[in-house]
Design a protein around this ligand. Structure first.
Ligand SMILES: [Zn+2]
Length: 195
């Protein structure tokens, strides 16, 4: 009997933790022949090795025996990411940069100073969805105080490992419409890519 009392007292009761599902930040990348633009809100490019796996960009893992892309024999592709903001409503976006775009742009390589407040334009050449991307970063720096920003690494981890909000298809469509609408103001509509 006494043992039961002790056992009961040792039960690990636990209040549920608060469920926080943060919204996913859409990836900004131009469609075939298209141009997208945003203002940069992170100081430098965060690079990551990735694979293209089943129509999605997935991270490459150092332990190749547990890397789905390596196991499938898919080639590794470097991708760079920046935090971005699209006016006028300040929509936050993840700006995705290819190796070719990075290689062809000194500003992205950090050779022209801090990137925060500069405008970036990404143009995809040709009519293929995987066509070469050219990046152009402005010399002018906008006053970026009070602009919304976010942690790029955390935002990517949320895309790759995060929970998907329940009403995802509807909310994704809303963001897609909004993003196309907003990007229209400073460039041609681009693609909204929730990978
Ligand atoms: Zn891999």
């Amino acid at each position: 009997m006494n043992g039961d009392v002790q056992k009961k007292a040792a039960i690990d009761w636990k209040e549920p933790e608060e469920v926080v599902v943060l919204p996913r930040i859409p990836i900004l990348s131009p469609g075939p022949g298209g141009t997208v633009a945003a203002f940069i809100t992170s100081p430098k490019v965060l690079g990551v090795q990735t694979h293209w796996v089943g129509k999605r960009t997935r991270p490459h893992f150092r332990d190749t025996s547990s890397c789905e892309g390596c196991l499938l024999g898919n080639p590794m592709r470097w991708k760079g990411y920046l935090a971005g903001m699209v006016p006028p409503r300040g929509l936050m976006v993840l700006i995705e940069i290819t190796w070719e775009a990075y290689r062809g742009c000194l500003a992205l390589q950090g050779k022209c100073g801090d990137l925060v407040g500069r405008k970036i334009e990404l143009h995809r050449m040709g009519q293929a969805t995987n066509g070469k991307i050219v990046a152009k970063v402005s010399d002018e720096v906008a006053e970026a105080k009070n602009w919304p920003t976010f942690d790029v690494r955390e935002a990517l981890e949320r895309i790759w490992f995060g929970e998907r909000p329940k009403a995802s298809s509807e909310s994704r469509k809303k963001v897609k419409d909004l993003l196309t609408d907003l990007v229209d103001g400073i460039g041609q509509p681009g693609s909204f890519d929730d990978r």
